[in-house]
Design a protein around this ligand. Structure first.
Ligand SMILES: Nc1ncnc2c1ncn2[C@@H]1O[C@H](COP(=O)(O)OP(=O)(O)O)[C@@H](O)[C@H]1O
Ligand SMILES: [Mg+2]
Length: 632
């Protein structure tokens, strides 16, 4: 008896030791996970949903209790029947099954029902477990997506120039999704594993520590192998992911560029490239499938080995009288129950690792702060007196000095024309008025307030901006125009459309203002797009109107109509008209001629025409001769 106790103690120490050493790489990974810096960001969400999390933990424990308990009933039932058989044999010499069934049948049925009830209860609590933890992960996913999206909206234009759309999108979709896999499944299965392990091994040791040691021996090897195989699988899935991303980008480009492909008769070429890309994707997928194919039999083989060990060694213990036959059945159930947690260990670790990488990418963007800030953050009504004082701007990313020492002033309600060749800094000037960038030196003043003191949203609220590259949403014309204003009032929309000389065009469409444009609807001509964009700015009744070369795609007649219509609007607001056509500018109260970021000539139309050999005068003469001349 003494010797056996000693043996059991040694076995117990061995179990602990074995699990520590053979599993070292795995434990190392777990250790690393507990120091994950980036995922710490998510702790605030765990706190927010703490009640769900705690409830989830309780459900995990309960469901595992119901998972482990039936093994004990199986043992009891088996032992009951076996003892009964032995009893009857001793008493009567033969085994009379009718007596057996009569006396013990009911009890066995009760055990069966108990096991069924346990399974049912386990199912119920598994459901609750998923309902709390997986739902929690979905709620956090929702919060995180909103947080990232809202943060994106605060970031300045310069941020969007540095990062491409694909990157922005993948961080808010794929990366958030990977983080969710950590918040939901990884945490749930991780905790589940710990609880199940503790319960099962606790039960096993209480029955027989030595047998526990023997049957658990293959498990550390198993989890080590799984960890290794998992790393291989991770690497291969990454290759697949990359191939897939390449494939989708390629497909997307061929569809957006289908007109060019057809016009240049490149279809065969494109098909060939597509086949090549899908071939690569196929190869990568097959290589993953191969590892997978080895994986499953390996696990089942090792589990089988554990089962065989249990029965063989258990049999020896039974003959020694240390345990009962029922214990063997119980052990077989335990060992099989441990399979899933052991296999899921590697999986949980790699989910967490990729969540860490994804959260790092998300945090990178969340840490980026807008540099367009305002200390005083004044919210005041804007009248529209605009002044530039020695303004220079060097774009930080390209190092190009786009504006050099620009000074001018326009009173509220007056108009300013800006003429210049491409790249002379006209759009940059417009960007500065909207405070998309801050000047490198000098000051931009609106109603004698430095723009840096004004609340940027408040400022932009009073500005009607028609950008050079028209962007319209894939929506109805009505909604595109109404987008500019706060109200969706019919008269305002019609008025804006009339002022932009768009009304007759719209009326000629079958669905009038409801006509959908863009990918899902009709394609507008360049001029129609520009005029829709103008209408969108006009519906705001802006105090400052900026037209950035936005009449380039309309003919001179339409241009004149629009400019004449604008006269009435322009009467109440300051307007900045940027163009390379003198006809668009000649009505302006004051005109600046830009070249390479500097003002080279300035004055009224009449004054500028008086400058001998002036850029403005030469251009005017060319354009009067009917040549379609722009600035040299
Ligand atoms: N966001 C930007 N980042 C870096 N350089 C820019 C940016 N926008 C414009 N530039 C550069 O600044 C110069 C002026 O550009 P821009 O103001 O667009 O000229 P324009 O509108 O007169 O054609 C050009 O050399 C252009 O390449
Ligand atoms: Mg421009």
């Amino acid at each position: 008896m003494k010797e056996r106790d000693l043996w059991n103690k040694v076995a117990l120490i061995c179990i602990i030791f074995a699990s520590r050493t053979t599993n070292l790489p795995v434990f190392y990974e777990i250790l690393k996970i507990s120091f994950l810096k980036e995922l710490k960001f998510l702790n605030k969400y765990f706190w927010k949903y703490r009640y769900r999390l705690i409830l989830g933990l309780i459900f995990i424990v309960i469901s595992n209790y119901f998972a482990v308990k039936p093994a004990v009933y199986v043992r009891d039932a088996l032992d009951l029947v076996k003892n009964a058989v032995v009893d009857i044999k001793q008493k009567t010499g033969v085994v009379d099954t009718t007596i057996l069934v009569d006396e013990f049948g009911r009890q066995v049925v009760i055990y069966g029902l108990l096991i069924l009830a346990m399974a049912f209860m386990r199912g119920v609590f598994l459901f609750f477990m998923r309902q709390t933890i997986i739902v929690m992960s979905r709620l956090i996913e929702f919060d995180l997506k909103n947080e990232v999206y809202n943060h994106y909206q605060t970031l300045p234009l310069s941020f969007y120039r540095k990062n491409n759309t694909g990157d922005l999108m993948s961080r808010i979709s794929e990366d958030v999704n990977k983080v969710r896999m950590y918040l939901g499944p990884a945490i749930m299965y991780g905790i589940n594993m710990v609880v199940l392990f503790t319960l099962t091994i606790g039960h096993m040791i209480s029955v027989n520590p030595r047998l526990t040691l023997y049957v658990l021996m293959p498990l550390p090897i198993l989890s080590f192998l799984i960890y290794k195989v998992n790393s291989i699988m991770e690497a291969r899935s990454e290759v697949i992911q990359r191939n897939l991303a390449g494939l989708s980008t390629f497909v997307q480009e061929t569809f957006s560029g289908i007109r060019v492909i057809k016009a240049f008769v490149r279809e065969d070429n494109v098909i060939e490239q597509f086949t090549e890309a899908s071939e690569k994707y196929k190869e990568a997928s097959l290589s993953l499938t191969k590892v997978n194919a080895y994986f499953q039999p390996l696990i089942i083989g090792l589990i089988g080995l554990s089962t065989v060990l249990t029965i063989y060694l258990g049999g020896i213990e039974v003959t020694k009288g240390n345990i009962t036959t029922g214990n063997i059945a119980e052990f077989v159930i335990y060992v099989n129950m441990l399979t899933w947690p052991v296999t899921s260990l590697g999986w949980t670790i790699s989910l967490t690792q990729s969540a860490e990488a994804s959260q790092k990418r998300i945090n990178e963007f969340l840490k980026t702060k807008t540099d367009i800030v305002s200390d005083k953050d004044l919210i005041v009504p804007i009248k529209g007196t605009l002044e530039f004082k020695n303004v220079s701007l060097t774009y930080p990313d390209s190092g190009i000095e786009a504006l050099k020492d620009i000074s001018f002033k326009i009173e509220a309600g007056k108009s300013l024309g800006i003429l210049g060749s491409t790249g002379s800094g006209k759009s940059t000037l417009a960007n500065l008025i909207c405070r998309m960038y801050d000047p490198t030196s000098g000051k931009v003043l609106m109603d004698d307030h430095d723009l840096k003191d004004l609340n940027p949203q408040n400022l932009r609220h009073y500005i009607g901006y028609v950008p050079q590259d028209v962007f319209l949403f894939s929506d109805s014309i009505r909604n595109n125009i109404a987008f500019g204003g706060d109200e969706n009032i019919e008269e305002s929309i019609v008025r804006a459309a009339r002022q932009a000389d768009l009304y007759d065009n719209v009326m000629s469409f079958e669905h009038k203002f409801e006509t959908v444009i863009g990918e899902r609807g009709i394609t507008l001509s360049g001029g129609q797009k520009q005029r829709t964009s103008i209408a969108r700015a006009l519906i705001k009744n802006p105090k400052v109107l900026i037209l950035d070369d936005c009449l380039s795609a309309v003919d001179t007649k339409t241009e004149n109509t629009i400019l004449n219509n604008l006269q009435e609007v322009v009467g109440n607001c300051t307007s900045v008209i940027i163009s390379h056509r003198i006809s668009s500018l000649k009505l302006a109260d004051y005109i600046l001629v830009l070249d390479e970021g500097k003002i080279v000539e300035e004055g009224t139309h009449e004054a500028l025409l008086k400058i001998q050999n002036g850029t403005y005068k030469l251009l005017f003469e060319k354009q009067m001769r009917g040549e379609d001349a722009t600035v040299a």
